[in-house]
Design a binder for this molecule. Structure first.
Ligand code: ACO
Length: 332
């Protein structure tokens, strides 16, 4: 759908990724918990994941992802107005990872904060950055999605540990050139706090401080999360398509949160998109929470599917429960 020339728009002008070196296959996990490669592949589509060495903070991935993103865009760190990092596994509660990135880059004119919205974090952060740019309150914001899930999963719990990986991706959001036709068209965000307990990290906050270490791991009701993920991601894409009178032919690329291949396939089917228009990397990277979408964008750019003008639908779902979608035309 064409964008109005009168309204100031936000556009995404570069993407970059940072992944840990260490690859861990399903077979290796089968030595640790009672599972098999066959079970993991058939139930989730995951074959391997990347994991950091224990004791590595998210900033070790976020800083290189941010640097690469700015290099690709040809933008100096001093020209950034803001940095938003979507994560549930920052180095520490305080300072925010965004502040660590800001200092490492020398982005001396940028504010920064972390945004906590689980697997929907990147879509929420991109939407927030879009609002700043559209309102004329910023020109350039770095949006980073990343998680070190290996630090918050229980490596003795086969129900959760096989599902996750570590990784980080960054995009640069800038004011679009007037009349270019590219940029963020719309987004939609939702929450259902009533189902918060179905996907939680109980002991990291004020109610149960981290010292009560046993609850400091991801807890989930897998079946409820699965059903809600399919339902809500389909609904929000439908709703956004309706709001902007889009048909499936207006979507060149679907970039969904990578939680489970069996969650992604029915969503694509219900929208009516063939799987060659869907970006999948869960087989190689597992669920990296706030990083799945920027990492998938980086993959799509590398394989030539994401170019200036590509019409992209992003959609995510995660703990909260919370979900959202964003439709945009890539590039300036
Ligand atoms: N290896 C072998 N068996 C396992 C494993 C494993 N790694 N994990 C669970 N099982 C067993 C369970 O113990 C259970 O056994 P039981 O029936 O004897 O009790 C059985 O497998 C579970 O079977 P199902 O619930 O039918 O498995 P299902 O096909 O639903 O798949 C899964 C489970 C993969 C967790 C699925 O429900 C899912 O993907 N849910 C979404 C969860 C998710 O993605 N969370 C990530 C965060 S949220 C997000 O990103 C959207």
């Amino acid at each position: 759908m064409p964008l109005s020339n009168e309204r100031r728009r936000a556009c995404v002008t570069a993407v970059a990724a940072a992944l840990p070196e260490r690859r861990v296959t399903n077979q290796e996990l089968a030595h640790q918990v009672d599972t098999t490669d066959e079970w993991i592949v058939s139930r989730t589509g995951i074959r391997e994941r990347r994991l950091v060495e224990p004791g590595t903070g998210l900033s070790a991935l976020a800083i290189p992802a941010a640097r690469r993103c700015l290099e690709k865009a040809g933008v100096a760190a001093a020209d950034l107005d803001g940095i938003i990092v979507a994560t549930i596994s920052g180095d520490q509660i305080m300072p925010a990872v965004a502040n660590l990135v800001q200092h490492a880059l020398g982005a001396n004119n940028a504010w920064g904060y972390d945004l906590l919205n689980a697997c929907n974090g990147f879509v929420a952060a991109l939407s927030t950055a879009t609002c700043f740019i559209e309102a004329g309150r910023a020109e350039r914001i770095l949006v980073i999605g990343g998680d070190v899930m290996s630090s918050i999963v229980d490596w003795k719990d086969r129900n959760t540990c096989v599902l996750f990986g570590d990784g980080c991706g960054a995009v640069l959001v800038e004011a679009a050139a007037p009349g270019s036709g590219n940029g963020v068209v719309g987004f939609e965000l939702h929450s259902d706090g009533g189902k918060g307990d179905d996907l939680s990290l109980p002991c990291a906050g004020s109610l149960k401080p981290p010292a009560w270490a046993k609850g400091h791991f991801i807890h989930q009701n897998g079946r409820v999360v699965f059903q809600n993920a399919v339902r809500r991601m389909t609904e929000v894409v439908d709703s956004l398509m309706g709001a902007y009178s889009l048909t499936k032919d207006d979507i060149d690329l679907l970039v969904p949160h990578q939680a489970n291949l069996r969650i992604i396939e029915p969503i694509a089917e219900r929208i009516g998109l063939p799987m060659d228009k869907v970006v999948i990397n869960i087989d190689r990277l597992a669920n990296t929470t706030a990083a799945t979408i920027p990492l998938a964008l980086a993959d799509a750019e590398a394989d030539g599917r994401l170019k200036v003008g590509t019409r992209v639908m992003l959609v995510a779902f995660g703990g909260g429960l919370t979900w959202g979608a964003c439709y945009l035309r890539w590039g300036r």
